[in-house]
Design a binder for this molecule. Structure first.
Ligand code: ADP
Ligand code: ZN
Length: 712
């Protein structure tokens, strides 16, 4: 292929321009240089090696640990007319032989290979005999033995450089703190690579980290309020919790499937496939689920347990909203998680330094949970990125928690731990602080210690939260054998003296601004206007049919972004499809006619071809469907005057005839119109005098409609 990168981007992929640093990255490779690319999920890493592989002579070899994904990736590329193939353990010997031969003959643009296969002598010899355009090392953070995706084969990939020094290499990842970054450079011998560090921010993801127990009910409320009928992932710590949560969600009427390492391969495979291919499914999983997941329309990732580290949290939540549409990262965690995770680290067979790192990472995660300021700022700071202003799209920004200085309370809490002999758990200590007498407290004589009842200013919940913070900061430690008894650590001194600032999160106020993004139930996408929804659903159905015919997931045919662009622009001809996002030459040839037919099936009614607000159009859509204003009001749970106001907006711009749409006789209408002129309403702009003058019998909204017609 002898085109420029931009020509390939437009002609093959159907995208008008490069994003971020894609062009520079591609250029680096085309000039024979190496690149290290750090870009968030959904940023567009794949194009960075796919395009140079197409432009440079030879085959691009892509190393990827995601075997489950290779088939889909290759299929999606073939949809674009790209000659792609893969080599991994799922092929039989004949398929493997054929792929190898095509590779040798150079009849291929891209070859995806699992790392263990790439390192086999046979594969290395094969590559000696072929022309290679570049090596792409995807998910490069897998070289890090501190990380959670460690792959030992990755540490041997430097062999590529030794054996093929002239072939440019590109390593890509979406998770890499500075330490991991250094490891990638060292292990992969990338000292001379240009580093492309893109912001890690995922602005479309809203972070919410709710404290407290009872996570399951809270999860249910979250799902019902924010994501009715939408696809997402729920992460739990244990297999058992995965099973029970999936059953519980299913019993309540959501389709939810379990996924964990203890399930038979076939079941896991089936559940993953269904998640990829069906709409609106929930996967409940341990962290075993995710590496192979490239579903672009995951609308939420919920954690019912605390992740082990911020890296893990960021990677897991990063699976939401890959297509750039609004998505949620929601979490509910309890103190129990902290205890279990700490224990898991402490009791593991790992070496001491590893345990120390693991505990530090857990502390950082807890710090994020207890935070009272913008979550995103802290998340990004963790990855070495500074963001000047609070994000406005996390729970703490949207509903700032009311905080209060908790230094004195912390002193009281610590003192209570001390006076009771460092032998009791949180529940007991809180009871003493609140001055509650029970048999145990009386028997132990703790109703007579100086801290008995000194904590009545705080609620029980606030005390729990305070203890959680003290534990999170390792001021207090939990003795695992002592039934959760708390004792001091060496870092408690400055807290005892009240020297460390400590904020207590008070009861969170109701998430006030949540409604900003509120959607009507069943509305599929924020970016699809009500009047475009019919067409959008029609296109979705077409996509589904095409996908089923070819045994592919729907997004391999068209991304949501393509469908959204189609409903926005409604091209009328094949030629008009050319500029649509994600439609390159091959897709145009394959699907163009079907798309145009579908577009014709859902013409835009004149009334709805407007730029009025979504809520007005919601009403107008129902109006075109034959509902009366009263019926619309009932269905939308609005006052009928609101509905009339919506109609007035359409009347004012000449889209509706007031005489036809109002429940007025011609005589009534004329009487109102007459009064409008008499009272000079058009100039005054107020409806109240009109309402008065007509004896208060007409709805304000109805009057507004007449005014809109007569004055407009
Ligand atoms: P990553 O591997 O970084 O998570 P992908 O390579 O899968 O991300 O890209 C995410 C999405 O963005 C894909 O749907 C891809 O087709 C799309 N994309 C990538 N680059 C561009 C671009 N320049 N213009 C429009 N869409 C793009
Ligand atoms: Zn924020």
């Amino acid at each position: 292929m002898n085109s420029s990168p931009l020509q390939v981007l437009q002609g093959v992929f159907g995208y008008p321009e490069f994003r971020y640093q894609q062009a520079e990255i591609i250029d680096t490779l085309l000039q024979g240089g190496d690149a290290l690319v750090l870009m968030p999920t959904g940023g567009g890493k794949s194009l960075c090696y796919q395009i140079p592989a197409l432009v440079r002579p030879g085959v691009g070899v892509v190393v990827s640990p995601l075997i489950a994904l290779m088939q889909d990736q290759v299929n999606a590329l073939r949809q674009l007319g790209i000659r792609a193939a893969f080599l991994n353990s799922t092929l039989d010997s004949r398929q493997r032989y054929e792929t190898e031969q095509a590779f040798l003959r150079g009849e291929m643009d891209l070859l995806y290979v699992a790392p263990e296969r790439l390192l086999m002598d046979q594969m290395l010899t094969l590559m000696d005999r072929s022309r290679i355009a570049l090596f792409a090392i995807d998910e490069a953070h897998c070289v890090s033995q501190w990380g959670h995706d460690f792959r030992k084969e990755y540490q041997q990939l430097s062999v590529l450089h030794q054996r093929f020094p002239e072939v440019p290499r590109i390593a890509l990842t979406a998770t890499a703190d500075e330490r991991t970054r250094r490891e990638i450079v060292e292990q992969l011998d990338l000292g001379r690579a240009r580093v492309f560090l893109h912001s890690f921010d995922r602005p479309n993801i809203r972070y919410t980290l709710a404290e407290g127990q009872g996570g399951r009910e809270a999860l249910w409320r979250f799902l019902e309020r924010e994501h009715p009928g939408e696809a997402g992932i729920v992460y739990c710590l244990s297999r058992k919790k995965v099973e029970t949560t999936a059953e519980w969600l299913s019993a309540r009427g959501r389709e939810a499937l379990p996924y964990h390492a203890g399930l038979p391969d076939l079941v896991r495979y089936r559940h993953q496939e269904r998640f990829l291919r069906e709409d609106g499914l929930i996967i409940v999983a341990t962290i075993a689920f995710g590496m192979g997941i490239d579903k672009p329309d995951v609308r939420f990732v919920a954690h019912l347990s605390l992740p082990k580290s911020i890296e893990a949290y960021y990677q897991e939540t990063g699976r939401a909203g890959r297509n750039g549409q609004p998505a949620d990262a929601w979490m509910a965690y309890g103190l129990q998680d902290v205890i279990i995770l700490r224990q898991m680290v402490q009791e593991s067979d790992a070496a001491e330094p590893f345990k120390r790192v693991a505990l530090h990472k857990l502390e950082a995660m807890l710090g994020l949970c207890e935070l009272t300021s913008c979550r995103r700022q802290v998340l990004l700071a963790y990855f070495g990125e500074h963001q000047e202003t609070p994000c406005g799209n996390c729970d703490n920004c949207l509903a700032p928690p009311i905080t209060r200085d908790a230094r004195v309370a912390a002193q009281q809490a610590l003192s209570c731990v001390y006076r009771t002999g460092q032998r009791f758990g949180v529940g007991y200590l809180v009871a003493v602080l609140l001055g509650r007498v029970d048999d145990r407290i009386r028997r132990n004589g703790h109703d007579r210690v100086s801290t008995f009842g000194i904590g009545k200013e705080l609620t029980e919940r606030e005390w729990h939260s305070l203890f959680r913070q003290l534990i999170a900061r390792s001021v207090l430690a939990i003795d695992p054998e002592g039934f959760g008894a708390l004792h001091f650590t060496e870092s408690c001194r400055p807290y005892l003296r009240g020297e460390v600032p400590l904020q207590l999160r008070r009861r969170q106020t109701v998430t006030a601004k949540k409604s900003e993004r509120r959607r009507e139930p069943g509305q599929p996408h924020d970016s699809v206007r009500p009047q475009d929804r019919g067409l959008f659903e029609g296109l979705r159905a077409l996509r589904k049919r095409l996908a089923e015919q070819q045994g592919l997931p729907p997004f391999a045919i068209f991304h949501d972004a393509t469908l959204i662009d189609l409903v926005k622009r409604r091209p009328a001809s094949l030629e008009g499809l050319r500029g649509i996002l994600g439609i390159g030459e091959i897709k145009l040839q394959r699907y163009g006619t079907l798309l145009i037919e579908c577009l014709r099936e859902y013409p835009m009614p004149k009334l709805l071809d407007n730029t009025l607000s979504d809520t007005v159009n919601e009403t107008l859509v129902m109006y075109t469907q034959g509902f009366t204003p009263a019926e619309i009001a009932t269905r939308r749970a609005f006052k009928s005057s609101t509905i009339y106001n919506h109609l007035a907006a359409a009347i004012e711009v000449g889209l509706l005839d007031a005489r036809q749409c109002l429940p007025l006789t011609p005589g009534e209408y004329d009487a109102i119109a007459f009064a409008v002129v008499q009272l000079n309403i058009c100039a005054e702009g107020k409806i109240a005098p009109l309402h008065e003058a007509l004896g208060q019998v007409y709805d304000y909204g109805v009057l507004r409609c007449v005014v809109a017609a007569e004055c407009g």
